[in-house]
Write a protein that binds this ligand. Structure first.
Ligand SMILES: NC(=O)C1=CN([C@@H]2O[C@H](COP(=O)(O)OP(=O)(O)OC[C@H]3O[C@@H](n4cnc5c(N)ncnc54)[C@H](O)[C@@H]3O)[C@@H](O)[C@H]2O)C=CC1
Ligand SMILES: O=C(O)/C=C\C(=O)CC(=O)O
Length: 353
């Protein structure tokens, strides 16, 4: 076995159908008295329910979370937290809402209680992202890691099937790249494989019945494990490509991950063979790249960048940006091969192996 370093990350997880009912006790355990509730405009109803459960401990609702945390939104939320004398942020929603909570925590150190409603996994990471002047900056800081996470599968029943599938594959991407990360370790490998297995089994169940609570529970459990992997080890080519396509071409986050992952895995297939075997085993396929592609296609997800708004004339520029500030990757980044990868993803070709 290779030498490795494992950093345990503090954080309390409460998991189960109906777990939201424990909110009051969890706020008390954090020692909080005034919690600011965060959400997207679309999830205002869930935030109101949460605020009602908090009763006198609710410091208000900030309902302007959007993707990639624009600095103006972060400033608005920080200002409201100060005005209302909040000593805790409760983020109810997906990665955008958790990300807003992180922007507050980064500034003030306020603890976050996260209630995830997608499979993005941000609640398990010390990674934050803030967008200013059209540029998204990401970083790691222990103080943005949520202190408590309540996973209640009932809250995911309303997540549309399409987004459930792509968000689940966003989570799978964290685990897949964690297996070939420069700082991979055997503990994260176990979580990565189990997380992918749970999601790979759950997504077809959700597709056939979005109200299937057992499938929803499996998916959320898988998302948790995959999020832990993202929070513990570094990411590689796939995440770099998705950050390029999302950040510079405004492509939707989960869909972009879903489309790019098979091609990033095909690119790394020879250089990271043991990781590929584990991914294929977890998803019950013969090849990692094809198994991810089939999971997306067979469950109605987009498989081509051109389906989600990418323009053919932007592929050269995307390739150029992806080659700058490279993340460590098992196979060196070769310009012609990366350009071909983007072409394949643009057209939605099923990888050969
Ligand atoms: N820092 C980190 O570790 C990570 C950050 N992210 C960030 O998170 C953002 C993407 O987060 P996502 O969760 O993919 O999307 P999101 O949080 O933007 O949610 C997408 C849409 O789905 C709605 N929604 C969420 N849960 C729902 C539910 N249960 N029922 C009905 N509607 C629901 C939201 O209101 C929103 O309109 C990106 O900005 C990405 O960069 C994603 C993963 C990890
Ligand atoms: O952009 C961020 O907030 C940081 C990480 C991610 O979005 C992870 C991902 O690409 O899913």
């Amino acid at each position: 076995m290779k030498e490795f370093v494992y950093n345990g990350q503090p954080g309390r997880v409460v998991f189960g159908i109906g777990a939201l009912s424990r909110l009051g006790r969890e706020i008390e355990a954090l020692g909080a008295r005034r919690a600011l509730v965060l959400c997207t405009p679309e999830q205002r109803g869930s935030a109101e329910r949460v605020a009602q459960m908090l009763g006198g401990k609710a410091a208000g609702i900030f309902d302007r979370a959007v993707m990639h945390v624009p600095i103006e939104t972060a400033r608005g939320a920080r200002e409201l937290a100060r005005k209302r004398d909040a000593d805790c942020a409760v983020a109810v929603g997906g990665g955008s809402t958790t990300g807003l909570g992180k922007a507050i925590a980064l500034d003030s150190g306020l603890p976050i209680l996260a209630i995830p409603t997608t499979y993005a996994g941000s609640e398990m990471t010390p990674i934050y992202g803030i967008t200013e002047g059209g540029l998204k900056k990401t970083g790691r800081d222990a103080k943005v890691l949520p202190r408590t996470v309540i996973y209640d599968p009932e809250l995911t029943l309303t997540l549309p099937v399409g987004l459930s599938v792509t968000s689940g594959i966003n989570a799978i991407a964290h685990a897949a790249e964690g297996l070939y990360a420069v700082d991979a370790n055997p503990v994260m490998d176990l979580m990565a494989e189990e997380g992918m297995r749970a999601l790979g089994a759950a997504l077809p169940g959700i597709r056939s019945n979005a109200q299937d609570l057992e499938a929803r529970s499996q998916a959320l459990y898988g998302a948790w494990l995959c999020g832990v992997v993202l929070g513990n080890v570094g990411m590689a080519l796939h995440h770099k490509l998705c950050h390029t396509l999302g950040g510079s071409f405004n492509l939707p986050h989960a869909e972009t991950h879903t489309i790019v992952l098979p091609h990033a895995l095909a690119y790394n297939a020879q250089a990271a063979a043991p990781a590929m075997q584990r991914i294929a085993r977890a998803l019950q396929g013969d090849s990692a790249a094809q198994a991810v592609y089939d999971l997306a296609r067979d469950n109605g997800a987009p498989v081509a960048l051109r389906e989600i708004g990418m323009q053919a004339q932007d592929l050269d520029r995307a390739c150029g940006i992806a080659l700058q500030n490279q993340y460590p990757n098992p196979r060196p980044l070769e310009k012609a091969a990366i350009r071909q990868l983007l072409q394949d993803a643009f057209e939605g070709r099923r990888p050969d192996a």
